[in-house]
Design a binder for this molecule. Structure first.
Ligand SMILES: *[C@@H]1O[C@H](CO)[C@@H](O)[C@H](O)[C@H]1NC(C)=O
Ligand SMILES: *[C@@H]1O[C@H](CO)[C@@H](O)[C@H](O)[C@H]1NC(C)=O
Length: 315
């Protein structure tokens, strides 16, 4: 099916018209089919480096409150290792998300919603609170509100129909460290490593409660028989957490540091951690997966579709 794109300007045009930006041009929204239970987001694959938005940069650090001030004219101090702004893009993560969406659509009969940020991460990072994300630039703030406003609209549509799931698609570049796929449910690395975690600290809190009534425990949902990790593992990925790699620190046994990311702002804000019936999952992919999205996207989409059909079935 042909995606409907809400963007009103071509990217080249949007870059050139800084005085009269159309803010929708900074976000692509590909609507899902009416009965889908799924939204995909790609916040870090934007390519537009609008000159009128200064690059995001390190904030001032206040040690007494352990807080960051992201204003570019902040009067505090810059402290090494504190308040760093990550500005590299997760290249091709939106291409991978599109391939997943296509396969999920073919296998489940319902096309997921997809929201893609088009501003480069050096200008806007939608996976942060707004002060860090847009660093008080009004154009970036408007793009941020557009991105999250579309997500809110989609979540409202999904929530009206019951349980649903939000996949936030990312990538990383430090391959030598571990070179695996990381699935984040907001459970901290040290909690996974200690085999001591609960549904209450997770972005799958709503799913965990429903699964429990089917006799499925949370450990199995996160890294066992009933996990997304198992299905992705079966597509021949090295993936954590999964039956094969249940904790980040098992990477160490292979001489790697066990790199892991539990998910960011989107996972916490839009998942079921605090409320609601929409769960969230952030997935980090190595660059070589994103570079061959046409090959890996359908495999991942197949794993996701199986998990969706099991836990977010049609009414
Ligand atoms: C990561 O894994 C892929 C696929 O197995 C391989 O092609 C690549 O060389 C690996 N990269 C590193 C840095 O280990
Ligand atoms: C598990 O975590 C809880 C909450 O942080 C802590 O109180 C408890 O001591 C931990 N249990 C073990 C066995 O480490």
């Amino acid at each position: 099916m042909r995606p409907l794109i809400l963007a009103l300007f071509l990217p080249a045009l949007a870059v050139g018209c800084s005085s009269r930006e159309n803010y929708l041009s900074f976000v692509d929204y590909f609507p899902g089919s009416p009965d889908t239970k799924v939204i995909l987001t790609a916040p870090h694959d934007g390519w537009i480096r609008l000159e009128s938005i200064p690059d995001r940069r390190q904030g001032c650090y206040d040690s007494s409150t352990n807080a960051c001030d992201w204003r570019h004219d902040c009067s505090g101090v810059h402290v090494e290792g504190k308040c760093n702004a990550v500005t590299n893009s997760d290249l091709h993560s939106s291409v991978l998300a599109k391939e997943m969406r296509k396969t999920i659509s073919e296998l489940t009969g319902e096309t997921p919603h997809l929201v893609v940020s088009r501003l480069h991460r050096s200008k806007l990072d939608p996976n942060r609170f707004m002060d860090d994300a847009a660093q008080y630039n009004s154009v970036a703030e408007r793009a941020y509100k557009t991105f999250h406003g579309i997500i809110k609209r989609v979540h409202n549509i999904l929530a009206a129909k019951g349980p649903a799931v939000h996949f936030d698609i990312h990538g990383y570049v430090t391959h030598a460290a571990d070179n695996w796929t990381e699935i984040g449910y907001n459970i901290r690395t040290e909690r996974l490593n200690a085999n001591n975690f609960t549904a209450e600290e997770s972005s799958l809190r709503a799913l965990a409660a429903r699964a429990e009534t089917r006799g499925i425990d949370f450990d199995s949902l996160v890294r066992g028989e009933d996990s997304l990790g198992r299905l992705i593992q079966e597509e021949e990925f090295r993936v954590v957490p999964s039956p094969e790699y249940p904790r980040p620190d098992v990477g160490k046994e292979e001489g790697r540091p066990g790199k892991y990311f539990r998910g960011g702002y989107i996972t916490r804000k839009w998942g079921s951690l605090e409320k609601g019936e929409i769960d969230a999952v952030q997935i980090e992919f190595p660059q070589w997966v994103r570079d061959r999205s046409d090959y890996y996207g359908p495999k991942l989409g197949r794993a996701m579709a199986t998990w969706i059909q099991k836990f977010y079935p049609d009414d």
